[in-house]
Design a protein around this ligand. Sequence first.
Ligand code: NAD
Length: 332
Amino acid sequence: MDSLDSEFTGATVAITGGAGAIGSNLVERLLTYDPEEVVILDDLSSGYRWLLPEDEQVTLIEGSVLDEEKLKRLFKHDPAYVFHLAAHFANKNSVDHPETDLLVNGQGTLKTLQYAHLTGVERFVYASSGCGIYGGDAEIPYEEDDFTIRHDTPYQVTKQLGEMYTYYFHQLYDLPIANARFFNSFGPGEVPGKYRNVIPNFFYWAKQGETLPITGDGTETRDWTYVGDIVDGLVRMAVVEEAVGEPFNLATGGDTQVIEMAEAISDRVETDAGVEYVGRRKWDNKARIVGSIEKSRRVLGYEPETGFEEGLDEVHDWFEDNWDRIRNCAEF
Ligand SMILES: NC(=O)c1ccc[n+]([C@@H]2O[C@H](COP(=O)([O-])OP(=O)(O)OC[C@H]3O[C@@H](n4cnc5c(N)ncnc54)[C@H](O)[C@@H]3O)[C@@H](O)[C@H]2O)c1
């Protein structure tokens, strides 16, 4: 990042959803730049206070992006940069709770944009999602200009809706927005649970000697991207001038099969409980997901640095170090 780092030195940064898996890693990164303050608005519905560093530069406002009073408190800090990561997460959760999904991801994003516009922020970075933009029939690797409006889950609909709102604010009010399309983030900080991603859940089950349930035939692939690399992309999107008004894939450009991932986790945990095939979920239609990172490389200077195996080692270490807390928090 070199000279770009200094943009955050002495700056006030707001993060909605900052106590979550990606947000808490972003907080850690921002602190290395010595900001004036990192202010977080998070209702702790899927985030945890213990994920946040205890640091006088970090302020947590506990509350919802749907709550005007809490939003006023957040924007009273006059942030220069806003990372809007708060969301009702993710696909299965939205199938079970479609109205909450619309409220938080739709109205919550609209409200946060309104305050960012009223207070005049320097950059608004929105956490979009590759799965909410690209269709199963899109050419691999997915490029930013491709998209579908035929989605499989409410979450995909509302993550795209969030992007649409950001473009509207950019076009009508010149709000300097940038859209980060994440592809299957993984890394330390993601507590397993009923609605969480497969990697933390597989670690959780493997550590307890349980069989790993594969919802498909195991040959499906995903572009698992280490959270540290996603954070690096986010930070770049907040300061690179050419990022304004643009979407960027934060991915690796490669993919790994689900069965290979399950075996890699079993090896690390030293379990021989194996896998079981439990059938594909009706909404889970993408056999392969890979994001092109050409644009992110060219415009942002983004380059993922942590490989899949190395990233799994980091998750494994994090589970070992925090097992009691993780076990207490995980809900299925
Ligand atoms: N993890 C991924 O693989 C992935 C992929 C694509 C997009 N994303 C997006 O990235 C963002 C962060 O994802 P994550 O993996 O850290 O998920 P997460 O669930 O760990 O983080 C979301 C945070 O938002 C908070 N939150 C939820 N509802 C809220 C509300 N109404 N008001 C305030 N805070 C609220 C939660 O408590 C949590 O801390 C989300 O917007 C998600 O949609 C994540």
